[in-house]
Design a binder for this molecule. Structure first.
Ligand code: PGA
Length: 252
């Protein structure tokens, strides 16, 4: 069985003034929820988030990490630093990192390895642009981007399929488009990680997930959860997405 995983990517949003009320409401409203819940706020809010969520089922993650344990890398944060704070997860290879900050398939793979070496679990993001989809390259792009999975420990890994054209645009992939990509990614994971690990791997969908469309996406057999940006900033809406997910689904 695969347990649903619903993760919030706050991006560059959130404040110390508002995080306590948000997390307390989230913890209260999801006490009996089936899915695993992860909140990824900006670095500066991580200590506070870990403190407030401590003792609850809500887990805290970061949005990026460096591949080295330490060193002369001004402005970067190392995975052991995140682990020391009590973060459990880290998002790696997000399309905004690829688009605006020069993240490549190779650097994303290195970051993911660095995170796992430090004991963190990784949400590894990939997805095609609109141009790539329109020219029929979606599956080829996913195959290229997912090559990074080969070097990773499947036991502390989730994959997030996030079509770039659906992120922050209000235009989500249809459930059928998501299912097609997720099934392809699971076949690919089976080649790279083995059949059993691929059957247990959680593949999340991300890109304009909202309370209104969450149930229709999360009902698809290979959509094991969601990585939610904009709609995760509102705690009521995010809780509605969590409650729209089945707790567990059959895995291979
Ligand atoms: P969105 O972002 O939900 O605002 O589209 C998702 C993401 O970038 O992870």
């Amino acid at each position: 069985m695969r347990r649903s995983l619903i993760a919030a990517n706050w991006k560059m949003h959130g404040s110390a003034a508002s995080i306590q009320a948000y997390l307390e409401a989230l913890i209260e409203k999801t006490r009996d929820a089936g899915p695993e819940v992860v909140i990824c706020p900006p670095f500066t809010l991580l200590p506070l988030a870990v403190l407030i969520a401590g003792g609850s089922a809500v887990e805290i993650g970061a949005q990026n990490c460096h591949w080295e344990e330490k060193g002369a890398f001004t402005g970067e944060v190392a995975a052991p630093m995140l682990a020391e704070l009590g973060a459990r997860w880290v998002i790696v290879g997000h399309s905004e990192r690829r688009q605006y900050f020069g993240e490549t398939d190779a650097s994303a793979a290195s970051r993911a390895k660095g995170a796992q070496r430090a004991g963190l679990s990784v949400i590894f993001c990939l997805g095609e642009t609109l141009e790539q989809r329109d020219s029929g390259q979606t599956l080829a792009v996913l195959e290229r981007q997912s090559a990074a999975l080969a070097g990773l420990d499947p036991g502390s890994l989730a994959v997030a399929y996030e079509p770039v054209w659906a992120i922050g645009t209000g235009r989500n992939a249809t459930p059928a488009q998501a299912q097609e990509a997720h099934a392809a990614l699971r076949r690919r994971a089976s080649e790279l990680l083995g059949r059993e690990a691929a059957g247990a791997l959680r593949i999340l969908y991300g890109g304009s997930v909202k309370p209104e469309n969450a149930a229709s996406l999360l009902v698809e057999p290979d959509v094991d959860g969601a990585l939610v940006g904009g709609a995760s900033l509102d705690v009521e809406g995010f809780c509605a997405i969590i409650h729209a997910a089945p707790g567990r689904r059959p895995g291979a």
